[in-house]
Write a protein that binds this ligand. Structure first.
Ligand code: SF4
Length: 387
């Protein structure tokens, strides 16, 4: 058994390997294996797993990739992630990838999928419209059709037939994965001093680039290790970070929030890994229906979902209460329309419920955290002193 530090270091290396070496090595071990990239926020990776594929999350270059050519593809007034994704493509980081899925989130992602098509990246590029109608016979039918088009593309590449048995097995693997991640968050919610938020981030993010079986093994080891007491509680406030569901904040920013006097006990980083709340039904004769039903009935709340009838501000307050949060940090990527359009609604709800919050913007390659540290530190102190 490795130590927690060794596991986290391994995960950090995997998570930020922009050459995707683990995916390439996995693919080389079987001639009908395919690597399929998907952008944030969510894609049901079970579907790709069942087709003998490895779903790899493409989360941008973060602060690890210098942008030179990517800026020429986009105007200045949009978020940063698509520039680094283009830069990665032009620098041949995706050469082991067979196809790409761009889930519908915003116009930027839609345009990025078009650029991938123009650049001839991969053997297929799919812009996947997620239904915004949550009725089974409308949105469900449409969603299932969209997923089937992905399976058809993969079938053209490797000829693998996705049987109910294969899909049920894959659903089970990802049910376990989500359950383990949720367990990790639950333990950390209770004992946040045992593992930093940045370390949790590295462990979860590694799961975006390695086979789910390996990730489940890593998560089990981490959970085993943090069951035991370690470290000492300090008088930090408990915060929820909201708005970082797509372009990821630099890890330095997550560390800064904790160093400035906060325990990040809940967040929406890497939200796709916890998108479905609970299990997808296994053992069904029609597992595609089970995946569809889970999306319609068990999706978490997000700015990328139109949520009439199930408003996200009420779900945010519920999450704040469940996690016993002292305050909310709204941290969104600069120019992120979905996040920034929602924040006034969410902040009004926080105001109405007398919940403290602050707000700032970031880019995936932000390198200076001094101002953020002062802002978060003041927020933390004000809650500790006067609440
Ligand atoms: S960060 Fe926001 S604006 Fe940029 S691609 Fe993601 S959802 Fe769209």
């Amino acid at each position: 058994m490795s130590t927690l530090q060794e596991i986290v270091a391994h995960c950090e290396e995997l998570a930020f390997d922009l050459s995707f070496k683990r995916a390439g090595a996995w693919k080389a071990q079987g001639k009908d294996r395919v690597v399929i990239g998907h952008l944030p926020v969510y894609f049901p990776r079970e579907v790709i797993h069942a087709a003998n594929g490895l779903a790899v999350g493409i989360l941008g270059g973060g602060d690890k990739k210098l942008i030179i050519k990517g800026d020429a593809y986009y105007q200045s007034y949009i978020c940063h992630m698509p520039r680094s994704v283009i830069e990665l493509a032009l620098d041949k980081h995706f050469d082991d990838f067979d196809g790409f899925i761009f889930p519908s989130i915003c116009d930027v992602i839609r345009n990025l999928s078009g650029m991938f098509q123009m650049l001839g990246e991969g053997k297929f590029v799919k812009y996947l419209d997620f239904p915004q109608n949550f009725k089974h016979h409308i949105g469900g039918t449409f969603y299932r059709y969209e997923l089937q088009t992905v399976l058809d593309e993969i079938h053209k590449l490797n000829g693998v037939e996705v049987t109910a048995e294969r899909l049920n097995h894959s659903i089970g693997m990802f049910n376990l994965n989500r359950a383990l991640i949720c367990q990790l968050y639950d333990i950390r919610n209770e004992f946040p001093w045992r593992m930093t938020a940045a370390d949790v981030y590295h462990v979860v993010r590694a799961g975006y680039v390695i086979p789910v079986e390996e990730h489940n093994e890593i998560l089990s080891q981490v959970i085993h290790l943090i069951q035991k007491e370690a470290g000492n509680p300090t008088d930090k406030i408990r915060v929820l970070v909201m708005g970082a569901f797509c372009e990821q904040p630099p890890v330095g920013l997550i560390r800064t929030i904790e160093l400035a006097g906060c325990y990040v006990v809940e967040d929406d980083f890497l939200l796709g890994a916890r998108w479905i709340q609970g299990d997808i039904e296994t053992g069904s004769a029609d597992p595609m229906e089970a995946i569809t039903t889970a999306y319609l009935e068990k999706s978490t709340f997000s700015s990328s979902v139109y949520d009439v009838g199930n408003p996200k501000e009420a779900r945010l307050i519920d999450l704040i209460r469940r996690r016993k949060v002292d305050g909310v940090i709204f941290a969104a990527p600069s120019f992120c329309d979905p996040a920034l359009l929602d924040h006034p609604i969410l902040q009004k709800e926080c105001n109405d419920k007398n919940i403290r919050f602050i707000s700032f913007l970031y880019s995936e390659n932000t390198g200076q955290f001094k101002v953020i540290k002062e802002q978060v530190g003041t927020f933390s102190d004000s809650i500790k002193l006067w609440d």
